[in-house]
Design a protein around this ligand. Sequence first.
Ligand code: IPE
Ligand code: IPE
Ligand code: MG
Length: 235
Amino acid sequence: MSGAGGLHIAIIMDGNGRWAQRRGMPRSAGHIQGVKAVRRIVEACAHAGIRTLTLYAFSSDNWHRPGPEVESLLKLLRCYLSTETRRCRRHSIRINVIGRRDRLPGGLVSAIEDSERLTAGCSRMRLRIAVDYSSKHSIVEAARRAPRGGLSAQGFQDLLAQVDHSLPECGPVDLLIRTGGEQRLSDFLLWDCAYAELYFTGHLWPDFGESELREALAEFSRRQRRFGRLLAETA
Ligand code: IPE
Ligand code: IPE
Ligand code: MG
């Protein structure tokens, strides 16, 4: 996957429930299959030289789902952290969970802190996992913490990182991928996606693998990013 080095990719991993329902299985089976796709994509991205990968695992609005589904999602996440931390260390992948922590179960918060501590020295790729994440909430909270005289865009971004428990200097998103066919952002990384290239695919998340990632990166490489300028100036 040439040309992918140094990029920040963000993925809205959508379609687990439909994947399971189409097979007559419970939605939770789709989430389990979704975790397998996460493993594949994390390794493929590290291999491709991606600098930062941000995955949307649980939105703040996902609290509105039925209790058992929420519980199974949070349990899966905890399980993922406990099994994958060692593997990430081996591949030098630094784990960072972004989003609110004040509403998460205590055991999950400890697991998050352990994973972040144990992978703090890893430098090949940053794996950010968004949990209880809402861009609108983060922006409002950062604005509330801003000093009276206001601050620069960079200063605001630093505040946002603080609010989100994000590692500093992750940079803006270069490519945002959403699986599952919907074409919306669902309150994900609104600030960071200001100039992101958007890529929507009908593949359901459990079916998303290395070749689908390659397809997305190939499409990204064909896009012309202008950042408001004229092409001649960006060349
Ligand atoms: C994405 O899959 C995973 C989460 C939102 C946690 P969904 O559970 O939204 O699957 P669909 O969209 O209902 O198929
Ligand atoms: C977005 O998917 C959240 C995650 C993938 C974690 P949703 O399935 O919750 O989004 P909507 O409801 O279709 O916008
Ligand atoms: Mg969905």
